[in-house]
Write a protein that binds this ligand. Structure first.
Ligand SMILES: [Zn+2]
Length: 79
């Protein structure tokens, strides 16, 4: 149960935002390596904390845009 989890103290935390389709859940941007995630696709990792989906991005502006629309990378958010 992570719906009320605060992510600001997580390793590699950069930003978070409410999941627009699932209020109470968050979409979080991390520095991938600091969070222990794969950085092959880019140094930024956008994570849907409700479903655990991860999407890598090389640019922070693009990561922020993904954060606003998790449906573009999290299959379960589209359901
Ligand atoms: Zn999701």
């Amino acid at each position: 149960m992570t719906s009320r989890k605060q992510h600001a103290l997580d390793a590699g935390y950069i930003a978070e935002r409410m999941n627009p389709g699932h209020p109470g859940h968050k979409v979080v941007i991390y520095n991938a390596t600091e969070q222990g995630l794969d950085d092959n696709g880019g140094r930024y990792a956008v994570v849907c904390d409700m479903h655990g989906s991860v999407c890598n991005e090389t640019s922070l502006p693009r990561a922020r845009s993904l954060m606003k629309s998790p449906r573009t990378f999290c299959e379960e958010c589209t359901l």
